[in-house]
Design a protein around this ligand. Structure first.
Ligand code: SF4
Length: 369
């Protein structure tokens, strides 16, 4: 018997199947919404129906016991649905006004802070970090937790000049969206992976390993044994390596993590919103801070300094990057006390040359520049 298309297990299910009943009934009919207090929105439909959304911060890793507890609360107040956002917030959609405060009381008892809406610090986007990832130079969830604990007041109030998006990513592959956040905490490797010939030649597919490197840093190497036999391994040109970790994903013989040399860089001023000046990339503020788990005090100090200066001086609705553009980078470094180094000098125009030697570009597309 042929399967109907909708019976096949392709892709995610239709999101409309997951909507709470009230949202389904009023789908496409929302007239306006109000931010009634930190962490709480009210949406009003054309029919006059009101629905309330409470946003809480959530942990990166959640036990099944905690999820069950959350589901019990959702059963009581939220038509048996709840929503995990891509920033690890949990959103509770409540059809009855009188249930809003009851729900807030229960979720607070569970340890979930209410907030992250309007001109507040929003939940910190983060990658999976050291628990799961082989390329992480720092621990996204560990740093996010440490920074969140210190700045939790900014999450629960909404009196900052504008929203504050912080992101934490363990490496430049950026599962943590650090390219476009007001403050981005980005893991940095600083040395090329060492090569363990005994693993590479016995467990890894050398041609695939060579082909995978985006910068042509990996070359084949033949090892001659005493008995005259040969085996294949690789050599890495450290000057060409950009520490992406792709090779380690293919072969355990090139471990990238390095406890002495890995750490965190801090970037500022990015945003996705197209409002006012448009979207912007985050730009370098601090090139390197050595990892100092479990609480990363040096990173926290730097973040607090940046937030304090921005909150003191920014105009209403002025995002971090817009504030820096207005006061200038010289003033940013002076006010925050962050040291300006040669690593801050932007050599973007010359990166065309670097990209031309990359294995993906083959010197073609960018030649005209
Ligand atoms: Fe190439 Fe990336 Fe491995 Fe460096 S870390 S050798 S750039 S694949």
């Amino acid at each position: 018997m042929a399967l109907a298309f909708e019976d096949m297990d392709f892709g995610p299910p239709d999101y409309k199947d997951m909507l709470p009943a009230t949202l389904k009934d009023n789908y496409g009919k929302w007239k306006y919404h109000e931010h009634i207090k930190p962490g709480v929105f009210k949406h009003v439909s054309e029919s006059g129906k009101e629905v309330y959304t409470v946003r809480t911060g959530g942990p990166k890793f959640i036990s099944s016991a905690t999820i069950r507890e959350m589901c019990d609360v959702a059963d009581k107040y939220c038509e048996s649905t709840l929503r995990f956002t891509s920033k690890h917030s949990i959103e509770w959609i409540i059809p009855k006004k009188e249930d809003v405060d009851k729900l807030i009381k229960e979720v607070k008892k569970m340890g979930l802070p209410v907030g992250g809406t309007g001109n507040a610090m929003h939940s910190i986007v983060q990658c999976t970090g050291w628990v799961h990832c082989h390329t992480a130079a720092t621990d996204g969830p560990g740093i996010a937790k440490a920074v969140s604990d210190e700045l939790i007041d900014y999450f629960q109030r909404d009196d900052l000049p504008a929203r504050l998006n912080i992101a934490a990513s363990g490496c430049l592959n950026m599962c943590g969206a650090v390219h476009c956040s007001d403050i981005a905490l980005l893991g940095m490797h600083r040395v090329a992976p060492p090569v363990d010939d005994s693993i590479v030649s016995t467990q890894c597919e050398v041609p695939s390993l060579i082909a995978a490197c985006p910068t042509y840093a990996i070359k084949p190497k033949i090892i001659k044994e005493d008995d005259g036999t040969t085996r294949k391994s690789i050599a890495i040109d450290a000057d060409k390596c950009m520490y992406c970790g792709i090779c380690y994903g293919l072969c355990p013989g090139v471990p990238l993590a390095n406890a002495e040399n890995d750490g965190v860089s801090i970037w500022v001023g990015g945003k996705v919103s197209g409002a006012r000046g448009g979207a912007a990339f985050s730009r370098l503020a601090i090139p390197f801070i050595k990892n100092n788990p479990p609480r990363w005090p040096e990173v926290i100090d730097a973040v607090k300094k940046i937030v304090k200066e921005w909150a003191k001086d920014a105009r209403q609705d002025e995002r971090m990057g817009e504030w820096i553009d207005r006061i200038g980078w010289t003033a940013f470094f002076e006010r925050t006390g962050i040291e300006f180094t040669e690593k801050h000098i932007d050599d973007y125009i010359f990166s065309v040359r670097d990209m031309n030697v990359g294995s993906r570009m083959k010197g073609s597309v960018l030649k005209k520049y």
